[in-house]
Structure formats: structure tokens, C-alpha cells
Design a protein around this ligand. Sequence first.
Ligand code: ARG
Length: 275
Amino acid sequence: MSSSTHILMCPPDHYGIHYEINPWMSTERQTDHGEAVKQWQKLRELLVTTGATIDEVPPVEGLPDLVFTANAAVIFQRQAVLARFKHSQRQGEESHFRRCLESHGLEVIETPGDFSFEGAGDALFCGETLFAGYRMRSDATGQQEIGALLGVRVLPLELVDPYYYHLDTCFCPLSPNEAIYFPGAFDEYGRRVLEEHVPHLIPVEEIEARRFACNAVVVGKTVVTNHGCPCLHADLQDRGYAPVETPLDEFVKAGGSAKCLTLRLDGEEATDWKN
Ligand code: ARG
């Protein structure tokens, strides 16, 4: 849409299932490298057609999950709060993401304390509020401290289903007052918080949540998801969005999909400081 849309991605040269840190991953169910490359390139091309500029972080051998750039940091204006990964298998990514974010002119801020925090995987702006998923990967106290540091309100949401271990697997802001979500990933309190603070919520059924329907990349009115989410796409169309599907099954094997493979360096579409 806008010519200033900048999306960070990482080519899947060294992508594979080398360990198991979420219920989707099994080292016995390997990825098909050629297919993963094809799927990643198709996603990249699709995003280019929306007018986005794609910036790349160079792939690194031994860091297969570096492709999931959403986890690098949370971006607020020109600041990037760097991830501190929960699992040792991903901690080696931090220095690569730091260097890359700095090279894009962002002010990189360390996550306060020794809390784990997995970037835009667990912290998403909807309007002026930062919605923060905690329990599986990110620490609730740390997220409050990040909010204080950035001067923004944080609403914590406990993630209760291990299959939806990052907030971006079950919640996707579309605009400052509209979001997609999978109700089953939250407890009653979390659902109430979402209902009270997001005026228009689009629920997805479990069958499509499992296809990572909520893990969408939003550029203007275009919403890109994995294939196999027909009900969500119909709902999005009714609400004036342009849903697009693309196969991402090779990345689902690692517990990720469209959104996880991207990070908006200019800030996500639904943040109100962009609008
Ligand atoms: N295998 C990766 C992990 O478990 C997948 C990360 C997906 N990223 C995301 N933003 N949901 O950490």
C-alpha cells in the first residue's frame, strides 16, 4: 500500500526442524527444503505486489528459526525492543537481529531485567495499546516494563493452549479497532479484555486457527494468510479487506506461518501512531 512499508524477512537457506520447542515441531517430520524455499519466495513476491519493500536479514547456519523475523523485536516508532529468547536454541539469533535492526537506523533497546520476551510474536499494537501474550515464551512482568519504557499501555493476555504459544498465532490486529482472534487460545479473562478493548473482533474456528488463520500479514487492506482458511477469508471480504492465501505448510511444521516470517520495520498496520 504505502511506499514506506518495510518488511524484514530472512531467506530459508538454513531452515529446518533441528529441535523441538513447541508442539508443532517434530524432528521426525522434516521440512522439504525446495518446497520451503518456493513457499517463502511466493510469500515474498506477494508482499512486493502490495507495494512493500522487503529487507533481509542474512541467514545463518545453525539458526534454523531465524526465518521467523517476527520474533526479533517489537517496533515502536524508531525504537526496537530486542527479543530475549526463552529457549537456548534461539538465543543465538539475538545478536544477528540486533545488528540488522541497527543497520536499518532503529534504536535498539534491550529487554529490561532478565525476562524472556519474543518480540512481535508476543506483543502487538492495536490502536495505542500493546497487547501482550505471556506464559509460554514471554514474561508478563517484563512486558509491563517494556510498556513503561515506551510509554504505552500494555494489556496482558495469558496464552492457555500450547499450540498457540505466541500471541501472533491467535490474535491479529487489522486496524486500530479491528482484529482477528481465536477465542480458544485465551482464558475467560483474556477474552473479556479483548472484547472490551477491540471494538470489532473477528473470531476464527479452531479448524482454521490450526491452519494459522490468525497469523496474517496485513498491508493496507491486504491480508495474507496460509491457504485453507476459507471462512476467515469470506469474513474479511465482507468487511472490506482483500484476503490472499498462499501455501506455507513447510513453515507450519515449525509452528509458524505468514506473519511469523515477517516483521514490519515501519510498525504494524494497526498501530495508531502510523495512521
Ligand atoms: N519454531 C519457532 C519457535 O518455536 C517458530 C516461531 C514462530 N514465530 C512466531 N512469531 N509465532 O520459536
